[in-house]
Write a protein that binds this ligand. Structure first.
Ligand SMILES: Nc1nc2c(ncn2[C@@H]2O[C@H](COP(=O)(O)OP(=O)(O)OP(=O)(O)O)[C@@H](O)[C@H]2O)c(=O)[nH]1
Ligand SMILES: [Mg+2]
Length: 188
């Protein structure tokens, strides 16, 4: 049987927790002092019927979120089957530039994007208005297929994010999706 490779990019502003999110998913590790990603890092993971997901090799691109690495963005997005856009739930302004990120991603095709709130363990620092705001974004961005709240520190919803997202990507690849622009719904 032919192997399926699925390229997923993990993007978002600097310090929102992209590397931590991936490190928890792939290595089941978390560090309080994770270092800034310089450029881009790659991780991979084999998926074998995890939840509803199909068998594939995930190639995960961990993009450095600092502005000095934005020149690499176009090359990184190229060929991606999907994008996880991470924002820090304790910093509302980490959603400020989502329109720029979305514009850049959609330039490369009809790539599904999932909105992922990070650091949900820091409940006391999270605004009551955040959920409404994030849900509004999901409804207004054509390619945005859902919103989920996660914590790499407590391992909350990390695997569920991938199970849900890979399932959606798999259906698209196998042609089950009749309307790829439709909103699939949110999970939180
Ligand atoms: N409390 C808490 N802290 C987190 C969580 N995820 C990440 N952090 C912390 O947030 C800081 C930044 O995390 P990174 O994963 O390096 O962020 P990044 O998005 O990869 O940053 P860049 O590589 O600069 O783009 C680190 O101090 C992490 O320990 C989380 O779920 N909960
Ligand atoms: Mg990083």
């Amino acid at each position: 049987m032919q192997e399926t490779f699925l390229k997923i990019i993990v993007c978002g502003d600097g310090g929102v927790g992209k590397t931590s999110f991936l490190n928890r998913y792939v290595n089941d590790e978390f560090s309080e002092d994770s270092e800034m990603t310089k450029g881009v890092n790659f991780l991979s993971k084999k998926i074998k019927k995890n939840g509803n997901a199909f068998d594939c090799d995930l190639i995960l691109w961990d993009l450095g979120g600092q502005d000095q690495f934005r020149f690499m963005l176009a090359d990184c997005i190229d060929g991606a089957a999907g994008a996880l856009f991470l924002f820090d739930m304790t910093r509302f302004n980490s959603l400020d530039r989502i329109d720029d990120w979305m514009a850049e991603i959609t330039e490369h095709g009809n790539i599904p994007v999932m909105l992922v709130g990070t650091k949900c363990d820091l409940k006391h620092l999270i605004s009551d208005f955040l959920d409404d705001y994030a849900s509004q974004i999901v409804q207004t961005c054509a390619n945005c297929i859902g919103y989920i709240k996660t914590s790499a520190k407590t391992n909350h919803n990390i695997h569920d994010t991938f199970d849900y997202f890979i399932d959606i990507l798999g259906k698209r690849m196998k042609g089950y999706e009749s309307d790829s622009n439709s909103i699939e719904g949110s999970i939180v």
